[in-house]
Design a protein around this ligand. Structure first.
Ligand code: NAP
Length: 517
């Protein structure tokens, strides 16, 4: 039986029995187990703070970037092995696994390049020097320095590779050691990646720790200079934010949570046009890729009432081409969900959705063995007053068409009705309509994608999170923000204003900020 181990204090360890079983999502058969019971998490965090932190803070951005480049190359080199493991552990089709694994190596490579660009420094200047008195000698300069604790990363089950990499890349480039805790159910993929890095001698002492399973008493050992980045459900996010240690030590917490992402078809779009096809293909992709288990997947499809027949027909036509089944088979486009409990939750969500919306289409021929759920497309004409569809995310291959009048202001109200989202996409070639929707919806979203005929052949859909752009959203989406190049690093850095003599400061820090820096 494969034992999924944790990497603490530079060693591979397992917790005490009883272990938690991990199942092959495609067959429901037991394939691995893990336990974190009794592991000394206080000592592990202390080691990261005492050894990993100081080592990273001495490294320049270029050196930290070089470490990330090694991680990216090692991960890419083991792509085939990881794809096979993701098939078993997460039920990923080959293409779904590639999305996760290539996203991870790509994000690491992006931050490696950023490190090279930031060069031989160990801190960032924040803005220009500012005079304090009339004379130009006494000045102040804001500096951004790595926080002195550990970056604790608690991740969701759906991106075991990318989730690890996207958080670790940013924290390590900023100069913080990482303590990664993947979701128990899909920890095998994450653990294998860390194993590959450790085997290659690419983890400096204390720089990366891994807890492959339940968090246990982890939060009881959080300290003043630590930072927590969490991805998962809103309920767990609230629990972490409200934890007594987090409150007592004012530990910053970044939350990426639920999101009722929308796609809006503009009233100007002709059925069959490039913009229309782009809309159809983005919606169908988001409903089927990773069996709909992407935080960025489209859940609400806003279609003007005049276009609803054409849009429904085109969507059903495209969705009907999906092949649901064995994730190992080349022809399969929709694999199972990651776990039995996900399957139960999504089937319950579908039952609730059926009470408030009309079923338009569902896939046939879904395997009985394994954690499969048939893709479902619903429709409601209740707009803002539709309850379940605007309030609850069904985290699977499920989406609902909401009809609306075609007025931009109504689209904005419907977008806002989701209560804050990660990303929404708009499909229109009408600039005035687009401007009104984008400006009206921006405050409710971390990211907006404007699909038009100009980029119809270039876009990979709103569901792909890019390392140079922010990922996160207000309200229900957690109120967090990750990635975005240098922007994401600021969460892991502390801003200090240093006041003194300009010439001495310049000598101490090898140059100060100018209006341009
Ligand atoms: P979850 O139950 O909240 O779990 C997320 C993570 O939190 C897991 O690692 C889990 O560990 C951990 N956790 C649970 N209880 C904890 C505790 N008491 N202390 C510390 N850690 C704890 O969410 P999920 O079911 O895995 O994920 C599904 C949800 O995540 C969906 O609602 C989806 O919207 C959201 N999501 C959001 C994003 C985003 O970027 N915004 C991305 C992906 C998913 P265990 O596995 O060991 O319980």
């Amino acid at each position: 039986m494969r034992q999924v181990r944790s990497y603490l204090r530079d060693s591979w360890v397992s917790g005490q029995e009883p272990s938690t079983p991990l199942y092959d999502a495609g067959t429901g058969e037991l394939f691995a187990q893990t336990s974190t019971r009794g592991l000394d998490l206080a000592a592990a965090l202390a080691h990261s703070r005492a050894v990993g932190g100081p080592a990273l803070r001495k490294m320049t951005f270029a050196e930290r970037g070089d470490l990330l480049r090694q991680w990216s190359e090692i991960l890419h080199g083991a792509r085939d092995e990881l794809i096979e493991l993701a098939r078993m552990n997460s039920g990923n089709t080959r293409s779904d696994a590639k999305f996760d694994i290539d996203g991870a190596s790509g994000t690491l490579a992006f931050y490696a390049s950023l490190g090279k660009k930031l060069g031989d420094r160990t801190w960032l200047l924040d803005g220009p020097t500012e005079p304090i008195l009339r004379s130009s000698r006494f000045v102040g300069q804001h500096l951004l320095l790595p926080r002195g604790g550990v970056a604790i990363h608690i991740n969701a089950f759906n991106f075991p590779a990318w989730g690890l990499a996207e958080k670790a890349a940013v924290a390590i480039l900023a100069g913080m050691p990482v303590f990664a805790k993947p979701a128990t159910s899909t920890a095998a993929v994450t653990a294998r990646i860390v194993e590959l890095w450790a085997e290659a001698g690419a983890i400096p002492s204390g720089v990366l720790s891994l807890l492959s399973g339940s968090a246990g008493d982890l939060l009881e050992h959080v300290g003043a200079l630590d930072a927590i980045a969490f991805t998962g459900s809103g309920d767990t996010g609230r629990m972490i934010r409200g934890h007594h240690r987090v409150l007592e030590w004012n530990v910053p917490v970044n939350v990426e949570a639920d999101s009722l992402n929308a796609a809006i078809l503009g009233p100007d779009v002709e059925p069959g046009s490039d913009t229309f096809q782009m809309f159809v293909s983005d919606v169908a992709k988001d409903m089927t890729q990773k069996a709909g288990q992407k935080c960025t997947a489209i859940r609400r499809i806003l279609v003007p009432v005049d276009l609803v027949d054409a849009a429904t027909e085109a969507l059903v036509d495209r969705l009907s081409q999906a092949v649901i089944g064995d994730p190992d088979a080349r022809a399969t486009t929709v694999g199972p969900l990651a776990t039995a409990s996900q399957q139960r939750d999504i089937l319950a969500g579908i039952r609730e959705l059926s009470q408030s919306a009309k079923l338009v289409w569902r896939a046939e021929a879904v395997p009985e063995k394994g954690y499969f759920v048939a893709p479902h497309l619903f429709r409601t004409d209740d707009g803002l007053s539709a309850t379940f569809v605007n309030d609850r995310e069904v985290f699977g291959p499920v989406a609902t068409i909401l009809t609306w009048s075609g007025a931009a202001s109504e689209a904005v109200d419907l977008l806002a009705r989701g209560g804050g989202g990660l990303v929404s996409s708009l499909y229109t070639d009408d600039v005035d309509f687009a401007r009104e929707v984008l400006l009206g919806a921006a405050g409710w979203h971390g990211r907006l994608v404007w699909g038009s005929k100009k980029i119809a052949d270039q876009s990979f859909g709103p569901g792909t999170v890019l390392p140079g752009f922010v990922h996160g959203g207000p309200g229900k989406a957690g109120g967090g923000e990750e990635l975005g190049g240098e922007r994401g690093m600021r969460f892991y850095m502390h801003r200090t204003a240093i006041q003194g003599d300009r010439a001495l400061l310049e000598r101490a820090f090898g140059g100060l900020g100018t209006a341009q820096s």
